[in-house]
Design a protein around this ligand. Sequence first.
Ligand code: AP5
Length: 226
Amino acid sequence: MALKRPIIFVGPPGAGKGTQARRLAEFYGVPHLSTGEMLRDHVARGTELGQRAKPLMERGELVPDDIVLGIVEERIARADCASSFVFDGFPRTMPQAQTLDEILKRRNFRSPLVVNFKVDHDTLVYRIAGRRTCSIGGEVYNVHERPPKVEGRCDKDGGELIQRSDDRAEVVRDRLAAFDRQTMPLVDYYRSTGDLAEVDGSADVEEVSKRLSEILARHGADGNRA
Ligand code: AP5
């Protein structure tokens, strides 16, 4: 089954974008492109780019557009992105969205389907507080909703489960504010282009996946049913 349009997941921190993007990308056999993960990888490797991004990420601020656009452009030029991909956490600003439009046109992709995840504030804070990530493979758990079989260890590779440094309560507050201020305007932009769909992301993971597959089918992104 083929994914017929690039997918963009927009939503506040903790909305479940990464969880669903990973599942969807695996299902369709296309890359999951998380700018957050790409930036954390640069930070972990101590690259020059990572050193510029690190203090901003630790304060819950967005990383400058030129950095993010550089890594995205390089990533989607690779062969595995030739048919389609799922963006998670990108674009996040109007300049990022406008540049992405140009890149997609230049590469002859169809217009993206943008899905806005709607989840109430208390649920976001609860989910983020419970999130733990495998320090080896990056698998994401939740101590409340999706605990590992052995406390503190990844089910897949036994890696230590750690809390992201930007998941501290005071940073989460600033990340939520950055979303409202800088990313919410994108929702109106994509509504105006006709590419926007919305999902209630507050249900459990399986139910949200089901809702997403219905949305993809309705919007001509699902190769089977479009
Ligand atoms: P990024 O890594 O993109 O973080 P985010 O957008 O804040 O999103 P999160 O990863 O917090 O949440 P999510 O929606 O993916 O939720 P998840 O599926 O993990 O960005 C981090 C930083 O990088 C930014 O602050 C910024 O500095 C920088 N950055 C990144 N992209 C950038 C860009 N384009 N421009 C500029 N700067 C950029 O789920 C959360 C938890 O809930 C997990 O524990 C999960 O298991 C659980 N869960 C998920 N779904 C459900 C469900 N349905 N029910 C119950 N629990 C659930």
